[in-house]
Ligand binder design. Structure first.
Ligand code: NAP
Length: 286
């Protein structure tokens, strides 16, 4: 085991997580794969071509259960000697519709899956990475992290929180050689968007419904592009690149290693407040 790098991916049973698992496997990582659907996880394991001593382990867990992260981290610590990459990919859209039409329980559940469980996995696995003096955490951001997303308030709030969390712990752990970044993957043709179509424009809003329709018609963001970015962030080529929110669609991240110091000293690719001065309002600032 020890000669292979270990990557933990949540939400690996379908969609982007499934794709990431196949890509990290091809890149030589052993895998610890988490989701609720045991059948789909086993289907994924069966699809991975044999690769010498590389190992893939499926772990069934429901991340809406606050106790799940502890079970995951305990199992990783006892069965694997290290953890190289943690990808917090699992997410639920949560209740769609304006806030007053949602229930507090559904809202809290989305925050648990999308924000608190990823945080708990980081808390549980960082001690291993700190001991190793290496590691990479990749948190999947989503629509609403950088701007309002009406009718998706729980999802947007969780994703914005996850990005600021990533920026914050990136500062805490950079002294140990650990990177923490967030990826904005772009709209992908997965079950998450088909849920928007199933819920309809009444709940999701006309704009979101029409985006989902377009993505289903045109194919959306290539999951290969997202996987290439995740592999870059997981590996040594991205050393020193941390605390950033990186778009798989728009950002020229392949060039970033040539500008490590400039990036590290800059607040580019981070969440910031836009002041009136930034928009040319002469009246907005003292
Ligand atoms: N699709 C898009 O357009 C889009 C855009 C921006 C960002 N993203 C982000 O990209 C990531 C992947 O999204 P996707 O489109 O691949 O979504 P998806 O197809 O809906 O897959 C979500 C994954 O998360 C798992 N999951 C959901 N609830 C869970 C729970 N309670 N416990 C454990 N696992 C759970 C699901 O597995 P089980 O059902 O088996 O548990 C599944 O493997 C997410 O973080 C999403 O927010 C997606």
């Amino acid at each position: 085991m020890a000669e292979h790098k270990i990557c933990l991916i949540t939400g690996a049973s379908r969609g982007l997580g499934f794709h990431l698992a196949a890509a990290f496997w091809r890149a030589g990582y052993s895998l610890f794969l988490v989701a609720r659907n045991n059948v789909e996880l086993n289907h994924l394991l069966a699809m991975l071509p044999p690769m010498g001593a590389q190992r893939a382990r499926a772990f069934v867990a429901d991340l809406s259960d606050p106790a799940a992260s502890k079970r995951i981290t305990e199992t990783v610590c006892s069965e694997f000697s290290r953890i190289d990459v943690l990808i917090n990919n699992a997410a639920t859209q949560g209740p769609l519709g304006p806030l007053w039409s949602t229930t507090a329980d559904d809202w809290a559940r989305a925050i648990q899956v999308n924000l608190l469980s990823p945080i708990d996995l980081c808390r549980g696995l960082l001690p291993l990475m700190i001991d190793q003096r290496s590691g990479s955490i990749v948190n999947l951001s989503g629509g609403g992290a950088t701007g309002p997303r009406p009718n998706f308030s729980a999802y947007a709030t969780a994703k914005a929180g996850l990005v600021r969390f990533s920026e914050t712990i990136a500062e805490e752990v950079k002294q140990f050689g650990i990177k923490v970044n967030a990826i904005a993957p772009g709209a992908m043709k997965t079950a998450m968007l088909s849920e928007v179509l199933a819920d309809g424009a009444e709940k999701a809003g006309d704009r979101e419904y029409s985006i989902a329709e377009t993505v289903f018609a045109t194919g959306g963001t290539s999951m290969d592009d997202v996987a290439r970015l995740a592999l870059f962030l997981g590996g040594d080529a991205s050393l020193g690149i941390t605390g950033k929110l990186i778009s798989a669609v728009w950002d020229n991240w392949e060039k970033w290693p040539e500008h490590r110091e400039e990036l590290a000293a800059s607040d580019a690719y981070t969440l910031r407040r836009i002041g009136g001065r930034d928009r040319g309002f002469g009246w907005g600032d003292k």
